[in-house]
Design a protein around this ligand. Structure first.
Ligand code: ZN
Length: 296
């Protein structure tokens, strides 16, 4: 019998749990709303225990978590969600309760680093050593791989909170980041779009001026990442990117801003394959969590 692995994609609004070995062998997927840590973890644990009783016992578990999180195994608070503004989740131990209840090894990282691993294993980043995965949704998060390793450092990257140009005459909206106001997330996340235009992004038509402004903010951020990290590819996921008309607008603006300075074929003539949606779609996170579990 095949060894099975468990994956959890833990988001601010929902948790996705799955059991399997690959995109072609994903056996059971379950979704739970994110409520309190106690309640949500209890549902997750019950799901894996029920599956185990039905013959789908997992060998190990991978977790892709919203953050900020502590990803350093030697730290006392490894596996915790740390300074999140989400009520009830500050300093919540995530890995501890999972290990205790399920009695399997647990691997843990940021949602975006793990989604990047999914894309590297089975999706748009196969064979790449340095690339970025960004999610643009309720918040903006970014991670990925640098020289073949998941991006970690002092903590982990916080690509959503970089500063980008904000022309207050053109866009008087002050931004919605509780920490920084008009950082990248404050200006370009889903809630920022909704607050600026008084309408949810998924209700705004493709030709609404909101998207040109959104593409501009995304392009500013991407150009900063291209110049600092030299990624071989940039993958853009998250609910806001469901507006597919954003991709050509972003690519064009990135080229304009770089102004032929970064002399690479990928940008010069193949930018359609350089700034892309996740090949695994909205399953990048949970499949990445399974890929992470397989590495334990
Ligand atoms: Zn911020």
């Amino acid at each position: 019998m095949n060894k099975l692995f468990g994956g959890i994609e833990a988001g601010g609004t929902k948790f996705v749990c799955a059991i399997g070995t690959s995109p072609d062998d994903l056996r059971e997927v379950a979704r739970f709303p994110t409520t309190t840590p106690e309640q949500t973890f209890a549902q997750v644990i019950k799901y894996f225990q029920k599956q185990a009783a039905a013959g789908n016992a997992i060998q190990s578990l991978g977790i892709a978590s919203f953050g900020p999180v502590d990803v350093h195994p030697e730290s006392e608070t490894f596996g915790y969600i740390t300074s999140t503004p989400k009520p009830g989740w500050r300093n919540a131990d995530f890995v501890g309760p999972m290990k205790a209840a399920l009695q399997v090894p647990v691997a843990f990282d940021t949602d975006v680093n793990v989604a990047a691993m999914g894309e590297q294993t089975w999706g748009a980043a196969q064979g790449l050593e340095t690339f970025i995965y960004l999610t643009i949704g309720t918040g903006i998060g970014g991670g990925g791989f640098m020289n073949g390793k998941m991006m970690h450092g002092l903590l982990h990257p916080e690509m959503g909170h970089i500063r980008i140009p904000h022309d207050l005459k053109k866009d008087p909206y002050p931004g919605c980041c509780p920490f920084h106001g008009d950082c990248f997330e404050g200006l370009a996340s889903g809630p920022a779009i909704q607050a600026r235009w008084n309408m949810a992004g998924n209700k705004l038509p493709a030709d609404h001026p909101a998207w040109l402004l959104e593409a501009e903010y995304l392009a500013y951020a991407l150009v900063n990442y291209i110049c600092t990290m030299s990624p071989q590819k940039i993958i853009l996921g998250g609910g806001v990117m469901d507006q597919e008309s954003l991709f050509p607008l972003i690519r064009l603006k990135v080229k304009t801003l770089l102004n032929d300075y970064v002399d690479a074929e990928a940008i010069r003539s193949q930018i359609d394959q350089y700034i892309v949606p996740p090949a695994l779609g909205n399953q990048a996170g949970v499949l990445g969590a399974i890929a992470l579990a397989k590495q334990i």
